[in-house]
Design a protein around this ligand. Structure first.
Ligand code: AMP
Ligand code: MG
Length: 334
């Protein structure tokens, strides 16, 4: 059996987990909550620095209760990017220290791919088109010839970020996505929102501006939230469907924190049913940023001979998923 300790802390959630081939053994976390406004990278990093010892100790104690000890850990995996520089640096420093002191390999993991792989694991989907929607990212991806290829993505801000910005304008605290979802559920009237899809790419910042304008000119907040969601999620569903059509794929996997949204899930489910395809979404705790996904991808990487020497463990705030050569999936003929 292989046991991996995974550390996640790219943005606001700090999390440590122990994972084996069979299961997630234990996960502990601590979430930074901004007093006002959005996530401040330096404050979030400060939060992670002060909580790291506590979170890692809780994860280790939890694993101990399950019969595992420190010496059973085979490697330590960490989010090498993408993410906020100060947050990444804090977590990478802890991971390096753990790897050196426990004398076990270090594995730098791409955070986006970790979202994909935990979804594939938990849902049992083989070769899906992936819709990855989080605070900072919005991408449509699929595996082809040893890499996760980015087929389409946002040209400006991530959908989560767009929702959070509008929520702040409404005076709601971070994270705004779930609060917008709640308000949208009682909205009925569609107000105009810009629907921006360019080929396979998307743009969301105009939506936030339009929503603010609609509010300033007397629109009902429930109707605006409803219209915002309908527009943004239809855009995402359209691009996901086109990726499936082009690649002849019949599975969709939803990943990332915005994936918790029931309306988005419903639209994707409807689109998949209409095409005779299958739609997969993991439990909410594996949609948001979590240490288990980092440990799990670390496990796949370790087993395929992929570790990260300390001198190559520098953080990558703009790390793109298609930079990673996927060594843990069987080669498929083109
Ligand atoms: P992540 O970056 O993957 O941790 O996801 C965080 C983002 O997900 C934030 O922008 C949240 O506002 C957003 N989010 C979380 N739950 C929901 C929801 N139910 N509907 C829409 N957005 C959500
Ligand atoms: Mg994420």
């Amino acid at each position: 059996m292989t046991l991996i300790l995974g550390l996640e802390g790219t943005a606001w959630n700090l999390s440590a987990a122990l994972v084996s081939e069979e299961r997630v053994i234990y996960e502990a976390e601590s979430t930074y909550k901004p007093l006002h406004g959005g996530i401040h990278p330096r404050e979030a990093a400060q939060h992670h620095a002060s909580e790291l010892k506590n979170v890692v100790s809780r994860a280790l104690r939890g694993a101990e209760k399950e019969g595992f000890s420190l010496k059973d850990i085979d490697a330590v995996a960490f989010s090498q990017g993408p993410g906020m520089g100060p947050c990444l640096r804090t977590v990478a420093t802890a991971a390096r220290a753990l790897s050196l002191s426990l004398k076990i390999p270090l594995i730098g993991v791409n955070h986006c791919i970790a979202h994909i792989e935990i979804g594939r694991w938990r849902c049992g989907t083989k070769d899906p088109v992936v819709l990855y929607v989080s605070g900072a990212n919005s991408q449509v991806l699929a595996y082809r010839s040893n890499r996760y290829r980015i087929l389409g993505e946002t040209l400006d801000i991530g959908i989560g970020n767009a929702l959070d910005k509008f929520a702040r304008y409404l005076g709601l605290s971070h994270p705004g996505g779930p609060k917008i979802e709640e308000l949208a559920s009682t909205g009925t009237k569609y107000v105009y929102m810009p629907y921006i899809v360019k080929g396979m790419d998307l743009s969301f910042s105009g939506l936030t501006t339009a929503a603010k304008d609609a509010l300033d000119t007397g629109g009902e907040k429930e109707d605006i939230c409803y219209s915002f969601q309908e527009t943004a999620f239809a855009m995402l569903t359209e691009v996901t469907e086109r990726a499936m059509a082009h690649l002849c794929k019949d599975e969709v996997l939803l990943a990332g924190g915005v994936g918790a949204n029931r309306r988005l899930q419903q639209m994707l489910q409807t689109m998949c049913s209409d095409r005779g395809a299958r739609f997969y979404v993991p439990e909410n705790k594996y949609l948001k940023d979590n240490g288990a996904m980092i440990a799990y991808l670390g496990l796949l990487m370790l087993k395929s001979g992929n570790t990260t020497p300390i001198e190559k463990s520098v953080i990558k705030p703009n790390y793109r998923p298609d930079e990673v050569e996927v060594m843990w999936r069987k080669k498929r003929k083109l």
